[in-house]
Design a protein around this ligand. Structure first.
Ligand SMILES: NC(=O)c1ccc[n+]([C@@H]2O[C@H](COP(=O)([O-])OP(=O)(O)OC[C@H]3O[C@@H](n4cnc5c(N)ncnc54)[C@H](O)[C@@H]3O)[C@@H](O)[C@H]2O)c1
Ligand SMILES: O=C(O)CC[C@H](O)C(=O)O
Length: 332
């Protein structure tokens, strides 16, 4: 019996993240080695020639998982029949650009995408927003995609921040990455995010015992947080381009865990249901338990000390302000 196929829409498919992501969508890790992946690749009209070249390369990969490849500049064509939509299509921040400039430029794209999904999307479609500002773009998309697409089907990528935090902890402890658990990101995919290692364990040992020196304690609340918060900016400064290889890996991890389940908490930007006092309507990164098939729960019952409460509130306040600005800009 042949395995069912899956259809994945990728917007901004001629861009740099897509170039690293597309082979990952076909390597069997996310959808299974025997599942054919149909690709609906969307980009703006001037990028269609380059997108045609991407299609040629996809064929040249000679991967048995490659199904039908459609290239288009029409959103509704791209979203029709999609089981998963990966929203990369947006302008990335360049060195010297503020996030506010990005918000004004990109929020219309996500409002329009939401409207298209509301018209032609499958109600089961899982939408992952990557284009920045990712959380707020996801909130705008979700508002416009309702009621066809339920808000819990729309997530924003904070897995790159999660991976950055976990990698830094493993490097500091000289541990294997698989041994680091329960380190998570709260809030916005921005420099106000709260990379929280307070509940992390390393090979089953609480992080405070695994990293016991006074230097380590200072690092956990100081340089570690700053490093993860500012990592995206550091990459833009060095590459003059925003992260792409690591973003594609994080997208692959996010989709894998959302669709197949995960044995550790993962960080995802999800519609707040008021958990931990976070304002509903915001897309906020929480520790999430993924159980497969797109289902997840926000991890409940974690004790929040005063320091953490302050960090969580600061990033919530930024998200609330961003959403107001985006709603105002989208209405212009
Ligand atoms: N959330 C994260 O962790 C994270 C990490 C890295 C990058 N990003 C963001 O992802 C986005 C994509 O990054 P990139 O490096 O691939 O950028 P890129 O400029 O290389 O590619 C973006 C592509 O989107 C296309 N595009 C622009 N407007 C579009 C529209 N309306 N519809 C369809 N396509 C459109 C462009 O033509 C381009 O091909 C950026 O916003 C970037 O800031 C997010
Ligand atoms: O624009 C930014 O500040 C971040 C770019 C990208 O989202 C990243 O985290 O690497």
């Amino acid at each position: 019996m042949s395995a069912p196929d899956v259809t994945v829409a990728v917007t901004g498919a001629a861009g740099q993240i897509a170039y690293s992501l597309l082979p990952r969508l076909l390597d069997g890790t996310i959808f299974g080695a025997r599942v054919k992946v149909n690709l609906h690749l969307l980009d703006v009209t001037p990028a269609l020639e380059a997108l045609g070249g991407v299609k040629l390369e996809l064929e040249d990969l000679r991967l048995p998982t490659l199904g039908r490849v459609l290239t288009t500049d029409d959103q509704e064509t791209a979203f029709t029949g999609a089981d998963v939509a990966v929203m990369l299509g947006a302008f990335p921040r360049k060195d010297g650009m503020e996030r506010a400039d990005l918000l004004k430029k990109n929020c219309h794209i996500f409002a329009e995408a939401g409207k298209s999904l509301a018209r032609v999307g499958k109600p089961t479609c899982k939408v992952l927003v990557v284009g920045n500002p990712a959380n707020t773009n996801a909130a705008i998309l979700a508002r416009n995609a309702a009621p066809t697409i339920p808000a819990q089907n729309v997530t924003a990528l904070t897995r790159l921040d999660h991976n950055r935090l976990n990698s830094q902890l493993a490097l500091r402890a000289g541990a294997r990455l698989d041994d680091v658990r329960h380190a998570v990101i709260w809030g916005n995919h921005s420099s106000t995010q709260f990379p929280d290692a307070s509940r992390a364990t390393i090979a089953g040992t609480p992080v405070g015992e695994a990293l016991p020196s006074a230097d380590d304690t200072a690092w956990l609340r100081g340089d570690l947080i700053a490093c993860v918060q500012k990592r995206g900016a550091a990459i833009i400064k060095a590459r003059k381009l925003s992260s792409a290889m690591s973003a594609a890996k994080a997208i692959s991890d996010h989709l894998h865990d959302l669709l197949n389940g995960a044995d550790d908490w993962v960080s995802m930007g999800v519609a707040s249901d008021g958990s931990y006092g976070v304002q509903p309507g915001l897309v906020y990164s929480f520790p999430c338990a993924c159980t497969g098939g797109g289902a997840f729960q926000i991890v409940q019952g974690l004790e929040i000390d005063d320091y953490s409460r302050g960090m969580m509130k600061a990033t919530e306040d930024e998200l609330a302000a961003e959403l107001q600005d985006a709603l105002a800009a989208a209405a212009e």
